[in-house]
Design a protein around this ligand. Structure first.
Ligand SMILES: C[S@@+](CC[C@H](N)C(=O)[O-])C[C@H]1O[C@@H](n2cnc3c(N)ncnc32)[C@H](O)[C@@H]1O
Length: 220
């Protein structure tokens, strides 16, 4: 499965090669001033938007992904931005050895790895923070992956985490054109009627993402 995941993502990133520079996730950009600095890890970093952003905000950043093609795009983007990120190619579904991992901040956006999530408290320093955002199941008209394999059930994300204090959890809709500078609380209620999406989202008319977010902290 992992090899086909790599092939799938390599092909996707090869098609993406000419796209605009990667940008950070709206939630991360909105909340970054309240997150720990220090050593950060971006899991399934893709084209590196979050990793490069964290480096630009003073973190020392490691970033992992399975796709060599995506990682090359990320390396190129980091170089273009003048930021240093340590990129690693690794299959995160293969139960990586995390015994040497020690981070102040771990972010994981739009990647399903429940078994890894359940162990991540070991990879955080005391007081360290884990930030996870995943697509939510049950909203077939929402933007994002079509398969439930890449979506988390309502309420399930927080239950996956062990030995961490949940400091924020939220499920809702994120308009595709939301303003990332003002979006720490940009999720709108899941039962918002379709006609209101554009009113809340700024007018593109595109369906929103349905998201599940959890912020958790290892107790000092
Ligand atoms: C939807 S993208 C998310 C990328 C990035 N986190 C973001 O939010 O822009 C999913 C990422 O997971 C990576 N991926 C898929 N399977 C993986 C695996 N088994 N191990 C590590 N990364 C994987 C893909 O290469 C892809 O970059």
């Amino acid at each position: 499965m992992a090899e086909s995941d790599q092939q799938k993502w390599d092909q996707r990133y090869a098609r993406d090669a000419q796209r605009t520079p990667p940008t950070p996730a709206p939630w991360l950009a909105g909340l970054v001033d309240q997150l720990p600095r220090g050593d950060a890890l971006d899991l399934a970093c893709g084209r590196g938007g979050n990793a490069i952003y964290l480096a630009s905000r003073g973190c020392s950043v490691d970033a992992i992904d399975i796709s060599p093609v995506g990682l090359q795009l990320a390396r190129d983007a980091a170089q273009a931005a003048g930021e240093k990120v340590n990129f690693f190619c690794q299959d995160l579904s293969a139960q990586p050895d995390i015994s040497a991992w020690q981070y102040d901040l771990i972010v994981m956006f739009h990647f399903m790895a429940p078994a890894l999530l359940a162990r991540l408290h070991h990879a955080l320093r005391p007081g360290g923070v884990l930030m996870v955002e995943q697509h939510l199941r049950g909203y077939p008209d929402a933007a994002g992956p079509g398969s439930d394999r890449f979506r988390v059930a309502p309420g399930a994300l927080a239950q996956t985490l062990n030995d961490l204090e949940i400091i924020w959890q939220e499920e809702g809709l994120l308009p595709q054109d939301s303003d990332r500078k003002n979006s720490a609380s940009a999720l709108i209620p899941l039962d918002t009627p379709e006609r209101s999406w554009t009113a809340n989202g700024g007018g593109s008319g595109a369906p929103p993402f349905a998201l599940s977010r959890v912020l958790a902290r290892r107790l000092p």
